[in-house]
Write a protein of this length. Structure first.
Length: 89
């Protein structure tokens, strides 16, 4: 009975499932050390070629180095969970 009642929500649940998997894959790619190192190399080339300024280089370099140092957040963890955990530490 509940299956019939929830049937109209199936497309929504399917879309949410796909969105969750896409988000997780994007996080994995953003935090992949090889990809971050490639972006750092491209950033250095852009600075050497004069395509970006020193200030922009330093900001982006800091962001990329932070990605390398900090592992990706596990799936399912929310900002509320992190805030609650900080209060108890």
């Amino acid at each position: 009975m509940s299956g019939l009642l929830l049937l109209p929500l199936a497309p929504v649940r399917g879309t949410a499932w796909i969105a969750d998997h896409l988000l997780e894959e994007a996080r994995r790619q953003v935090h992949d050390p090889r990809a971050v190192q490639a972006r750092l190399a491209a950033l250095n080339r852009a600075l050497d070629e004069g395509a970006i300024g020193e200030a922009a280089f330093e900001r982006e370099e800091e962001r990329l180095l932070t990605l390398l140092e900090r592992p990706a957040r596990p799936a399912g963890r929310t900002t509320t969970t992190r805030r609650a955990r900080r209060r108890h530490v």
